[in-house]
Ligand binder design. Structure first.
Ligand code: KG4
Length: 412
């Protein structure tokens, strides 16, 4: 009988600490601890993020193993995000992976975070439903995760509250009530999910990246277009900040956009070469539109302006979202046409955006293309995608040395 391939994935590139276990290509558990601590600063504070990762990593990994019903001694390899991301955050995951791999005598598999996002489309979950757990809720789209979520909590505390010290095999034990509904699928139960066929194009859109990736195989990807300045998620977040919305602003823009008129405002669209993107001009255009409206209405704040224009925020959000989606889809369409590729996928945090998801569905119908939109649970950072990428690299024998160091920036 062939030995099971069991991969533990660890993700800590930004402000989510996550661990996941995959056995023979089937996801057994995926635990994510998000960090609410950054909200009051309007963005991720790197030093706070790495401290929170330090607090979270042991209980998160422990929970992922327990939920998977896997003993750490049975792990085949430890896959971890080596970069790109915040160095201090990455360092926590990389160091933990090294320590665990050394103590167990198993190989380490380094994963490029961006490749992980692309490979999220290949994660196979068990047939009984999702087995991801979230330790913090965002305002809008993460509602869909409610059945697996643990209530809103300050950084780290919620996970710890859901456990109690046992003193036996492990320091922690999950309190089933706090931990919610989770399960461990058995092999053969996995859903027969359709996955993209190679080659395909993946639009990778997050807070830090906006790229079009030509995916030739699990371990062979090429960036054919990318932002020359800001990422799409950053544009959403910065414009939301100007409107006085909380961080991260993307989900708030999405929510308000549903009640607004997408034709109310016209913003500048970039003219960039190739399949590249640019969003800094759009941000400026958004800011100047608001400034001009304030001057015209003789007011000094967005709140004062909103009193005179009751649907102001909704209309601005709808118009901004429409513009971002149009920019993203235009370049993707060009690339698909010129590369003669009829399968397109979307990945990354911004792929949770309802306007973008609708545009992908529309693209599929209009061009008779196969489109792949990830479940909400795999849009933001998670270790399931890291374990998935690790699973394929493991089978290629693509291991990394114990002295591997994290990297902040890289190409795929
Ligand atoms: O991939 P991700 O979770 O993390 C990093 O980039 O590190 O992406 C986060 C980004 C943020 O900019 C956030 O505002 C955006 O994804 N985002 C959204 C939505 N949900 C998350 N943007 C627009 N609409 C959404 N529904």
């Amino acid at each position: 009988m062939e030995k099971d391939i069991i991969i533990l994935g660890i993700e800590s590139s930004c402000d989510d600490t996550s661990a996941a276990v995959i056995r023979n290509g089937v996801l057994l558990s995926n635990v994510i601890a998000s960090q609410k601590v950054h909200e009051e600063y309007g963005g991720v504070v790197p030093e706070l993020a790495s401290r929170a990762h330090q607090q979270n990593i042991v209980p998160v990994v422990d929970t992922a193993l327990r939920r998977a019903g896997v003993d750490r001694k049975d792990l085949s390899a430890i896959a971890f995000t080596r970069g790109p991301g915040l160095l201090g955050s990455l360092l926590v995951g990389v160091s933990f992976a090294k320590g665990l791999a050394l103590s167990l005598g198993v190989p380490m598999v380094e994963v490029n975070h961006l490749q992980g996002h692309v490979l999220a489309h290949f994660v196979r979950e068990g047939s009984k439903g999702s087995n991801s757990s979230y330790l913090r809720e965002a305002p809008d789209d993460r509602q869909s995760r409610a059945k697996d979520s643990i209530p809103l909590c300050p950084v780290g505390t919620c996970l710890r509250n859901s456990m109690r010290a046992t003193g036996s095999q492990s320091q922690f034990q999950i309190d089933p009530q706090a931990a919610g509904n989770c399960f461990t699928p058995t092999l053969g139960e996995e859903s027969k999910k359709e996955v993209p066929e190679f080659p395909f194009l993946c639009l990778l859109v997050s807070g830090g990246n906006s790229q079009i990736v030509l995916v030739k195989a699990y371990n062979d990807m090429e960036i054919i277009g990318q932002t020359i300045d800001d990422a799409a998620g950053e544009a959403f977040d910065k414009c939301a900040k100007v409107l006085g919305l909380p961080y991260p602003g993307g989900p708030w823009i999405d929510r308000l956009a549903k009640q607004g008129n997408p034709e109310a405002f016209v913003f500048a669209k970039p003219q960039v070469s190739g399949y590249n993107y640019s969003f800094s001009g759009l941000k400026t255009s958004f800011l100047y539109t608001l400034r001009d409206l304030m001057i015209a209405h003789g007011v000094n704040t967005v709140d004062e302006l909103a009193e005179q224009m009751p649907n102001l925020r909704e209309d601005l959000c709808a118009s901004l979202q429409k513009t971002v989606v149009e920019i993203l889809m235009k370049q993707l369409r060009r690339a698909a046409k010129e590369y003669k590729i009829n399968t397109v996928a979307v990945a990354g945090g911004v792929s949770a955006n309802s306007g973008l998801r609708a545009a992908f569905e529309d693209y599929g119908k209009r061009y008779r293309a196969k489109v792949f939109i990830p479940p909400f649970s795999f849009t933001t950072d998670n270790a399931a995608m890291i374990a998935e990428a690790g699973y394929w690299k493991y089978q290629d024998g693509d291991f990394c040395p114990i002295d591997a160091v994290p990297y902040a920036k890289t190409r795929i």
